[in-house]
Each structure stands twice: as C-alpha cells, then as structure tokens.
Design a protein. Sequence first.
Length: 384
Amino acid sequence: MKVRISPKGAARLLARHPWVYKSDVLEGPANPGLYPVQAGRKTLGLALYNPASEITVRAFSFEESPDPLEVWLANLRQALRQRQAALAQEPEGGYRLAHAEGDLLPGLVLDYYAGHGVLQIGSAALEPLMPRLVQVILEEIPLRSLLAKNDQKSRLLEGLPLEVRVLQGAVPEKVVVQEGAIRYQVELYQGQKTGAFLDQRDNRLRMEGFRGQSALDVFSYHGSFALHLARGFTQVTAVDSSAAALERAQENAQLNGFDNLTLHEANAFDFLRKEERRQARYDLIVLDPPAFAKSKRDLERAYAAYKEINLRALKLLGRGGILATASCSHHLGEPLFYQMLTEAAADAQRTVRVLEKRGQGWDHPVLLNVPETHYLKFALLQVL
Ligand code: SAH
C-alpha cells in the first residue's frame, strides 16, 4: 500500500518540507498508517498518512524502505540519544525528548520532567502504535513514569479522542524540576501543554545574569521567569490570567524560599495599561504571551496586540532598562517580529539596543526546510 501525490505535492517533498495537503493527494489507503509516498513512479519518502486530516501526509523520511515503522522508530531512538548527555548531567531537569517535525517525528511530542515522561500523540497513524513507542522510549530512557496527555484540541482534527492516561509506572500529581539555581513544580495532569514550557528554559536561565530593583514577568504561568529574577532583583511582580498557574507560582516561590515575589491575577493588557497610567517604573520586564496568531488570518490583529504590549512595556522601562520579549507564533516570522518591535520602539520614543536575538532551546530543534519549526523568537533589548 502506498500514497500517490500530485506534482505540486511532490515539489514540497523534494524541497524536504514534510507536509502534503489533502488537495495534493491523488490516491491512498482507506485507513491511517505509515506508508511510502509516490509521485509518478518515484518514491519520495515515508509518511504518516491520515485521509481524514487536512495535512494528509506528514513525511518522516525522504528515502525508500520496506519497513516504514522501523525507520520511524530509528528516528525516535536518535532523538532520545541526542538528549542523553543532558539527562546525565541534570537528571532532575526538564527537557523535550522528541519535538515532532523538528526531530523527524511528526505527530509526537515527549517531555521529560525529573525522570517522568509526558507524551502527546497528534496523529491517527501513530495512535495504534503507542505500545511499541512506549517500549522503545523505555529501552532508551528508563523513565520512572509515563503519561499520555492527549488532551490537545488538534487531536479532534485527526478524529482522535481527548484523553489523559497513565502508560507506565505511577504518575505523580506534581514533580519538582531543577532549572539552574531554582526549582519549580510541574503539574503533570492539570498543567498547560505537557505541564511546563520547556522551550523557554535557556532564556529563563539567561535571566540570572541581570540585577536590579524591580522586575516584572508578564504571562508568567507558574512563576517561570520570575523565579529566576527573584535572585537578582529586590522586588519581582508576576502577572498571569490563570489563578491555577499563580497558585503554583506561590508554591514555587515558597519552594525556593523567596519572599520578594508579588503575584497578580490579571489580564496582561489591562495590567500594563494601568501601570502606564500610574507611571510605574521597572528595571526589567519579561513578555512571554501565548500565540496571539493561531492562524494566518489572525496575523493583523495579533501583530497589533504584540505591538501594544511591547509599546507599553517599553514605556515602563527607564534608561538602561531591559525588555526580554518573546513570540511563540510561527505565523509571526522573525522579520515581522523585529519589525513589530521596531515600530513599538519608535512609537514609545525610545532608543532601543538589541543585546541578543535568541530563540527556542536546543531540544526544540529547528529545520531550515520547515520554517514552521522555528516558532519561538526571543529578543533581549535595552532602552538607552
Ligand atoms: N512564561 C511562561 C509561559 C507563558 S505561557 C514560562 O516560561 O513558563 C502564556 C501564559 O499566559 C499562560 O500562563 C496563560 O495563562 C497566560 N495568559 C494568556 N492570556 C493572558 C492574558 N490575556 N493576560 C494574562 N495572562 C494570560
């Protein structure tokens, strides 16, 4: 059995972009699975295939093989082995072990929290293979427990049910993760995504290089950036709209023995507006919003929203102040992100120096051929 695609679909695979849309699939099996993909008589690769999904073909190899599953599992082993040195160095840390397309593993995300694994399957082709995946994962990394946190809405597009299920061992409610000098708790069942935002780990660690009086962490989740700032700043304020996340931020502050953290449950836009009105001043501000542009259609509105929060943050910084600002929306590409910041600086009438252009952590690999894999932009700016 194989999948046949149009010349237009073939052009994408030849450029090593893994996705072929439904309109470019000419013929394929009735059921989801792992199949070779052909254009004319030529085999272009191996892919996860789901006839019900808009992204019908998601390639994980651009070579021929009689056994697509073995190739997929080899990609998985390779991804896990690439993380092994980091795990050995900090077994109590948090890492992404498998990053979907970035690791040639479309449909799979696997995160590691101090010995406990959380996976998410986003493809109907992979779903029936779960027991085999678990076996390979445990062969490579002896996890204390493994949870399938398959509650992401995108599963509905694949025709998959939403469910959270223990796959191995005893999954605790909370796990304590070491991140540089601080520790934080991850709520495995109840947290957002797989429990934490590991893509920002190295950017959070970068915060330990700054010192000052007052710092503000907007879109803080469970106090993530704020915890790192609490060591170098006299007062740290963390803002998030999620009461559950802030409850954990409070626990995390206690866990680290910090008493200089103030938590605010608020809409970030309202909060920043209020701070501007009362002419508040901060020495460092972090902005790490959720993806405002969930689709290309949202882009214009999202651009305006990103600009608004960055403009307001720049106004709250005095001379020498630092803005650490991110966007995790791949629809807002890097050039647009910096254009937005440039406009915000002009409108705020601030001269702004770029200290560093950063991105997602190394365990969230970027493929040049797949621009969508480079989703996180992170700029370290300084007001002159
Ligand atoms: N900085 C965090 C990740 C932030 S994720 C980390 O490094 O772990 C985005 C956060 O923004 C989530 O915690 C979500 O609850 C919060 N959020 C979403 N919309 C918001 C809004 N309008 N105002 C304030 N917080 C918001």
